[in-house]
Design a protein around this ligand. Structure first.
Ligand SMILES: Cc1cc2nc3c(=O)[nH]c(=O)nc-3n(C[C@H](O)[C@H](O)[C@H](O)COP(=O)(O)O)c2cc1C
Length: 380
């Protein structure tokens, strides 16, 4: 009998041959002044590259209305596409594969981030509750503002923005894109019944709530091909009020539709990326409270999805190894540990001690501090 795979076993993901299964999770780092990636980005991503490794970029704006954080890069203008090319080239020079995460925050924004100080857009006109705070450009925290609920015609325009951004990403040299459908942002604002209060064909039944995501997937696949497309969801994460009354059913509904697209196209998507139910972005969990419940949801989704499954959220070396060995995940993405350990892959392989991360510099704009100045185990 073949040995169980480990985090360091090779893996074939659609058209890409990965040499190991430790993936850089997408992480917003707020270093792109004026929305343009720069030399610091090239260094940051190159530091985390390994031959045959796989990186996913920070959430990247698909249009001028997409942002709700300071200094988020975009992929909608020619200048941004050109700037990303330098980053991608630096990563490819180290032998890694890199996908661009396409992001629209929807109502998780504020007029300071919107063109002309307009209201942010969403599936709904309900704002995020005041329990949650938005990081403003001056470093202070404010409230999320009341969004404009998209009309049906406006929804088609946003789908076009995803499609064009995917085409732009390929033009910049990216190997593919990840659709950010998780964590309470625009797509999740359609998926979750705790937010989506529409009465048209984009709201109500789970079928209708999945419609926007599926139109985005279809649009992007028609632009760049299924094998270059990953999808991220977090059915059991209620960050920014993104609560659903049936996370298991919602996850299975998305999975069923992705399977159908794959069968129809005769091609696999690159992967489905799921945030662990037990993980909370604020480190308290309200859903998937117990480890057991979390594992059950993940197992059901794993059983349902006919393709590569990537998991994220609170993984250590041991739990990552276990997830891969037991077949709960094909790939494991690491976030915070990859911030503070640029050579995380070799440290995990050697089981070497890991450097702790400093949360105070996650979202600051300095091009070096907390970004590219974490130490390597071996300097070479
Ligand atoms: C600083 C920071 C920024 C993040 N930004 C994003 C993002 O842009 N897109 C996304 O899908 N997830 C984002 N996440 C979530 C991570 O991708 C990951 O799922 C999370 O950190 C859990 O993994 P970890 O326990 O290995 O850190 C972010 C997390 C952190 C800590």
């Amino acid at each position: 009998m073949a040995d169980n795979p480990t985090l360091f076993s090779p893996y074939n993901m659609a058209k890409f041959n990965l040499s190991h299964r430790v993936v850089l999770a997408p992480m917003t780092r707020c270093r792109a002044l004026q929305g343009i990636p720069n030399a610091a980005h090239a260094e940051y991503y190159a530091q985390r590259s390994t031959p045959g490794g796989f990186l996913i970029t920070e959430g990247t704006s698909i249009s001028p209305t997409s942002s709700g954080f300071p200094n988020v890069p975009g992929i909608y203008s020619d200048e941004q596409v050109e700037a990303w090319r330098n980053v991608v080239d630096a990563v490819h020079a180290k032998g890694s594969i890199i996908f661009c995460q396409l992001w629209h925050v929807g109502r998780a924004s504020n007029p300071v981030y919107q063109p002309g100080g307009a209201a942010p857009i969403s599936s709904t006109s309900k704002p995020i509750s005041e329990k949650w705070k938005i990081l403003l450009p001056d470093g202070s925290h404010g409230v999320f503002s009341e969004p404009h609920a998209l009309t049906t015609a406006e929804i088609s325009e946003v789908v076009q923005h995803y499609r064009q951004s995917a085409i732009n990403a390929i033009r910049a040299g990216f190997d593919g894109i990840e659709i950010h459908g998780a964590h309470g942002y625009l797509i999740d604002q359609f998926l979750k019944d705790g937010i989506n209060d529409r009465t048209d064909e984009y709201g109500g039944s789970v079928e209708n709530r999945c419609r926007f995501l599926m139109e985005v997937v279809e649009g992007v696949v028609s632009g760049i091909g299924a094998e270059r497309v990953g999808v991220r969801i977090s059915p059991a994460i209620d960050h920014m009020d993104a609560f659903d009354s049936d996370p298991l059913g919602l996850g299975l509904a998305v999975i069923e539709r992705l399977n159908k697209i794959q069968r129809e196209k005769g091609r696999k998507l690159s992967y489905l990326h799921v945030t662990q139910p037990r993980f909370s972005l604020l480190e308290k969990t309200s859903l998937g409270e117990s480890e057991e419940e979390s594992v059950n949801l993940m197992e059901e989704w794993r059983k349902g999805y006919e393709g590569t499954l990537m998991c994220s959220g609170g993984f250590s070396r041991d739990s990552g190894m276990e997830a891969v060995a037991k077949g709960h995940a094909d790939l494991v993405s690491f976030g915070r540990l990859f911030i503070s350990n640029p050579d995380l892959v070799s440290k995990l392989k050697l089981n070497a001690p890991l450097t702790n991360y400093n949360r105070n510099t996650f979202y600051t704009s300095h091009p070096v501090i907390g970004y590219t100045d974490y130490p390597f185990l071996h300097t070479n």
